[in-house]
Ligand binder design. Structure first.
Ligand code: GAL
Length: 848
C-alpha cells in the first residue's frame, strides 16, 4: 500500500514537472500477417517494384518444409526428415502512420531458416546464415513516409537441404515484429536483470540498461524510471535515476520478502523501465524475471534456492511434429505441461537456439533450461541420406553452419545470451554438443588409450590417467588443439556477456576432453551417455561438476545418477519424438521419447513417471514371448537379451529405443505373453478376468524396475493392482477390443480457448464396450465450424507421412489429434469427427 502511494505521488509530481507533454510509448507491432510467398528463386524479387501479385498470401510463422509434406525424392534426406529445402522468397508491403516520421523503426525476426537476406525498398539490410538466431535490422534510413508503400523482401536460401542432423524447417518460421520507438531508446535486449543477493528479508535486484540514441543531439535530462510489479500487478519496488552523459546505467533495487522462482512455484515479477527526456516518457520496455539462486557443487550436485535437487531433464528439438518448426506458444504449453505431468523439471534445448515462446512457457511453468548454441563448430558432422548412420548426404546438399562458424560464432552465441538473459528458467549456457566427433584425433586418442579394455564404445569405464591421455593426445593432435582452443574462446565470449550462469557442453569423450583442457574450460561438464565414467571422473577430478547432459531413456541411467550425490541430474534423449535423424523411408523421425509426435505418452513416459513422480501409479504393456527381449525360465528366472536394431539402420540405435511393447490385450488364444508392469508401488498383483495370477514385489526386479509376468493369452480383462503396505493404491486395466468402431471420443487439452490461441483435440476410436481400438487403423475425418481453423493433424506415429495439413488422417493404434487455432471471433467452436459412417458427438470449445 505504502509503495503504491509513493508511486502515485511521484507520478503526479512528474506529470506536473513535465508540463503535460505527451508520452511516446514504444509500439511493438505484430508483423506476421499478409506476407507474399514464393517457393523458388526469383533473382529480382528484392526490387521494390517487383510484381508479386501471383504469389501466395500467407501468414508467418511459416515453414514450407512441413507445408510441402514428406517426400521420398532425390531432393530430401533421412537426416532432415524427408522434407524439402530450396530457396523461398517472402515480400511484405506496408505503409507508415503520420506519427512515425521521427521514429526509429526496426524489424525483429525471431528465426529464419536459413541464410536469410533482407531488403527494404531494394536496399540490402543484411544477411544471417544461422537459421536459429534472432536478429533485427534498423529500417529507419530507407523508410518511405506519407502515402508511399514500403516493401520488405526476404530471401531464404535453404538449398542445402541436409545441412543438419535433424529436421530444421524452412522459411520465416518464427514471429516477426516491427518496433517503433523514439530515436532515444532502450537498445534491443538492452535490459539485464540479475538477483545476486537473496535473503529471507529481501532480494537485491541488479539492473543494467543500455540506451541508444540515433537522432537526438546532446540529449539532456534523461531519466530512467524502474518499477517492479509482483505477479498480481502490485508494485513492490521503484527507482528513478538521472543519467549524466552516459547511455547506460546500472542500478540496484530491493524487493522485500521476495517470492522465489522455483520449479514448484515459478513466481515471476515484471520490471517496467521507462526512459524520460525532459520529463516526458520517450521509450519503455517490460521484462519478466524471477528471483532465484542456484548452484552446482562437485560433491553435492545441483541445488535451487539452497535446496538440493536432482535435475530430471529431457532433451528436446525445436520442431513440434505436425507443425514442423512453426510452433505457436499454445503448443509449447501443451507439450511442456505434458513433460511436467510425468515429473520432468528441466529441458535441454538441443542443439541450437529455440523460440522465445518456449522459454516464456518454461519460466511460467517452472522448468529449468540448458540453453545450447551449437551442434557443430567449424567442422561438420556426417549427415544421412537414406537411413540414420549412412552419412551419405552429398557435400553440396549438406553445406552447413561450419562454413560460417569462424565469422559468425561470436555474434550468434552472444545474441543468444543477450536475447535470453532475463529468463529465470535458463540456468546454463551450453557451447556445444558432442563436438569431439568432429575432431577424429579425440576418438583416436580414446581408442588408443583404452585399446586393452574397450568393449563396445559406450559400455566400459575408460581410463582416466590424464598423463597418459595427454601424451597420446599430443602425438595425435600436435601443439595446436583446435577443439580445446575453440572451447576456451567460446567460454570467454559467454563470460563477456554473462557471469551469473555456468557454461557447459555435452561431452561424449569426457576422459579425453578433460585431459585436453576442453572439459576444464567449462564450469559444469555434461556427460553424454557416459554414466560408466562418473566414478572415475569424480575420483580423478574431485573439483569437476558433473551432469548427465544426454542419457538413454533407461532405468540404469537414472539409478546411476540417483546413487551419486555428485551427479547433478540427467537429460533423457528425448522428451518428445522429433522429426529427422531417421529413415529409411517412411520413417520420418525418431520416437525414442517419453511422448510421441502427437503428444501421446509412450510406455517409457509411463515408466519415468513412476520414477519421477510422488503419486502412486501402476501401468502395464504386453509383448508376445517370441518377440520379447525378456524370457522366463523356471530355474533361471527372468533373463534379458538385447536385440540390436536390424540393418540398415545403425544397430546401436537400440540403446536409445525402448523394449518392444504394446499397449493392448489382444493376441491368439493361449499365446504366451510377457506382461511388463511399471509402478512405484511396493507390490503389484495381476488379475486375468478377475482371477489373481499372483502378487510380486518391485524390489525383486532391481535390474530394470519392471515387474514381469508370463501369461497365456485369454481374451477379456487384464488388470494390475498396485499396493503399498498391503493397501491397494492404484489399478490399471487392458481389455480385448473388437475392431468395429462404435463410438468416437473427442477431448481437448483446453475447452476454453482465447482468440487466436490453440487447442489440441484428441480423438479415440472405441468399440461397443468402450474399449480403445488399438488394433485397426481407420480413416477419421474431422469437421470444424468456420470460426476456427485446423493447423495440423497427426496420429503420432513415426512412419506417418500423410499430410499434416488436412482434415482427415488414418489413425494409429486408435488415436489421432487435430490441432485447432481459434480465429478472432469469440463464441463457440464446433468440432465433430466421422469414421466409416460413425459420427462423434459434437464437441464444443468456448472462445471467451
Ligand atoms: C547423440 C546426439 C544426439 C542424437 C542422439 C541419437 O549422440 O548428441 O543429437 O543424435 O545421439 O539420437
Amino acid at each position: 500500500m505504502k509503495t503504491s502511494f509513493v508511486i502515485l505521488v511521484s507520478s503526479v509530481i512528474l506529470l506536473i514537472g513535465c508540463n503535460f507533454k505527451k508520452d511516446v510509448k514504444r509500439i511493438t507491432q505484430d508483423f506476421n500477417k499478409d506476407w507474399k510467398f514464393r517457393l523458388g528463386d526469383e533473382s529480382e524479387a528484392f526490387q521494390m517494384n517487383y510484381e508479386d501479385d501471383s504469389w501466395k498470401t500467407i501468414n508467418v510463422p511459416h515453414d514450407w518444409s512441413i507445408e510441402e509434406g514428406y517426400k521420398n525424392v532425390e531432393e530430401t534426406a533421412a537426416s532432415t526428415g524427408f522434407t524439402l529445402g530450396g530457396i523461398g522468397w517472402y515480400r511484405k508491403s506496408f505503409r507508415l502512420n503520420k506519427e512515425d516520421v521521427h521514429k526509429h523503426i526496426s524489424i525483429l525476426f525471431d528465426g529464419v531458416y536459413n541464410n536469410s537476406s533482407v531488403w527494404l525498398n531494394g536496399n540490402l539490410l543484411g544477411t544471417r546464415p544461422n537459421g536459429y538466431s534472432s536478429f533485427q535490422y534498423n529500417l529507419t534510413p530507407y523508410l518511405k513516409h506519407g502515402d508511399s508503400l514500403n516493401v520488405l523482401a526476404v530471401k531464404v536460401d535453404h538449398s542445402a537441404y541436409v545441412d543438419s542432423r535433424w529436421y530444421t524447417g524452412s522459411g520465416i518460421y518464427r514471429k516477426v515484429q516491427l518496433i517503433k520507438k523514439s530515436p532515444l531508446h532502450i537498445a534491443n535486449w538492452g535490459v539485464r536483470i540479475t538477483t545476486p543477493k537473496i535473503t529471507k528479508e529481501y532480494a537485491e535486484i541488479n539492473i543494467e540498461t543500455k540506451l541508444e540514441n540515433t537522432g537526438i543531439k546532446n540529449p539532456k535530462n534523461i531519466t530512467l524510471r524502474y518499477a517492479v510489479q509482483d505477479s498480481l500487478g502490485v508494485s513492490v519496488a521503484f527507482k528513478e535515476i538521472t543519467l549524466k552523459n552516459e547511455l547506460q546505467s546500472s542500478i540496484k533495487l530491493e524487493i522485500k520478502k521476495a517470492l522465489l522462482w522455483s520449479v514448484e512455484n515459478p513466481n515471476l515479477y515484471t520490471l517496467k523501465v521507462e526512459v524520460l527526456q525532459d520529463g516526458t516518457v520517450v521509450d519503455n520496455v517490460s521484462e519478466k524475471f524471477g528471483v532465484r539462486s542456484f548452484n552446482f557443487d562437485a560433491n553435492k550436485g545441483f541445488s535451487l534456492n539452497g535446496k538440493s535437487m536432482k535435475i530430471k531433464g529431457v532433451n528436446i528439438h525445436h520442431d513440434a511434429g505436425a507443425l514442423g518448426a512453426a510452433v505457436p506458444k499454445g503448443i509449447w504449453e501443451y507439450r511442456m505441461e505434458k513433460l511436467k505431468s510425468v515429473g520432468v523439471n528441466a529441458i535441454r534445448l538441443s542443439h541450437n537456439p529455440h523460440a522465445v515462446e518456449l522459454l516464456e512457457v518454461c519460466d511460467a511453468l517452472g522448468l529449468l533450461v540448458m540453453n545450447e548454441a551449437f551442434d557443430e563448430w567449424h567442422l561438420p558432422k556426417g549427415k544421412s541420406k537414406v537411413y540414420l548412420g549412412d552419412n551419405a548426404a552429398s557435400e553440396e546438399a549438406s553445406k552447413a553452419y561450419p562454413e560460417h562458424f569462424k565469422e559468425w560464432a561470436e555474434r550468434d552465441l552472444k545474441d543468444l545470451i543477450k536475447r535470453d538473459f532475463n529468463h529465470p528458467s535458463v540456468i546454463m549456457w551450453s557451447i556445444g554438443n558432442e563436438i569431439e566427433w568432429t575432431f577424429p584425433e579425440y576418438s583416436k586418442t580414446f581408442n588408443e588409450v583404452n585399446k586393452d579394455i574397450m568393449a563396445d564404445s559406450y559400455h566400459f569405464t575408460p581410463k582416466y590417467d590424464s598423463i597418459a591421455i595427454k601424451a597420446i593426445l599430443k602425438k595425435n593432435v600436435g601443439a595446436n588443439d583446435e577443439l580445446a582452443n575453440t572451447a576456451k574462446q567460446l567460454v570467454k565470449w559467454v563470460k563477456e556477456e554473462d557471469i551469473s550462469r555456468p557454461v557447459t557442453c555435452g561431452s561424449v569423450l569426457p576422459s579425453v576432453s578433460i585431459a585436453s583442457g576442453y572439459g576444464k574450460a567449462v564450469d559444469v561438464l555434461g556427460f553424454n551417455y557416459r554414466a560408466a565414467d562418473y566414478d572415475a571422473a569424480h575420483k580423478t577430478y574431485p573439483d569437476l561438476k558433473i551432469l548427465g547432459s544426454e542419457n538413454w531413456v533407461d532405468y540404469m541411467e537414472w539409478k546411476n545418477c540417483l546413487e551419486r550425490d555428485f551427479v547433478s541430474g540427467v537429460f533423457l534423449w528425448t522428451g518428445f519424438a522429433y522429426l529427422g535423424e531417421a529413415g529409411p523411408w517412411p520413417r520420418k523421425g525418431l520416437n525414442i521419447s517419453l511422448f510421441d509426435f502427437a503428444g501421446f505418452k509412450n510406455p517409457r513416459g509411463h515408466f519415468f513417471e513412476c520414477l519421477w513422480k510422488e503419486d502412486s501409479k501402476v501401468y502395464m504393456v504386453t509383448t508376445p514371448a517370441n518377440e520379447s527381449e525378456f524370457s522366463f525360465d523356471k530355474k533361471k528366472g527372468w533373463e534379458f537379451n538385447m536385440q540390436l536394431t536390424p540393418p540398415p539402420v545403425w544397430k546401436m540405435l537400440r540403446k536409445w529405443e525402448w523394449y518392444k511393447v504394446y499397449s493392448k490385450w489382444k493376441y491368439d488364444e493361449g499365446e504366451p505373453i510377457i506382461v511388463q508392469t511399471y509402478t512405484n508401488c511396493e507390490e503389484a498383483e495381476l488379475f486375468l478376468n478377475s482371477v489373481s495370477l499372483g502378487k510380486q514385489k518391485l524390489s525383486d526386479f532391481n535390474e530394470d524396475n519392471i515387474i514381469k509376468w508370463q501369461v497365456p493369452f485369454t481374451q477379456g480383462e487384464l488388470k494390475v493392482v498396485g499396493y503399498n503396505n498391503g493397501i491397494k493404491e492404484k489399478e490399471y486395466m487392458l481389455h480385448t477390443n473388437s475392431d468395429e468402431v462404435a463410438k468416437i471420443s473427442l477431448k481437448a487439452n483446453k475447452e476454453e480457448v482465447y482468440v487466436n490461441d490453440i487447442t489440441v483435440i484428441t480423438a479415440k476410436l472405441l468399440d461397443d464396450k468402450g474399449n480403445l481400438i488399438t488394433t485397426a487403423d481407420k480413416e477419421i475425418v474431422f469437421s470444424i465450424s468456420d470460426n476456427a481453423k485446423i493447423i495440423g493433424i497427426d496420429n503420432g506415429w513415426e512412419k506417418n507421412v500423410q499430410s499434416h495439413k488436412s482434415n482427415g488422417i488414418i489413425t494409429h493404434q486408435g488415436k489421432a489429434i487435430l490441432i485447432v487455432q481459434t480465429k478472432k471471433e469469440k463464441g463457440i467452436v464446433k468440432i465433430s469427427a466421422t469414421v466409416n459412417g460413425v459420427k462423434s458427438k459434437e464437441f464444443l470449445i468456448t472462445v471467451p
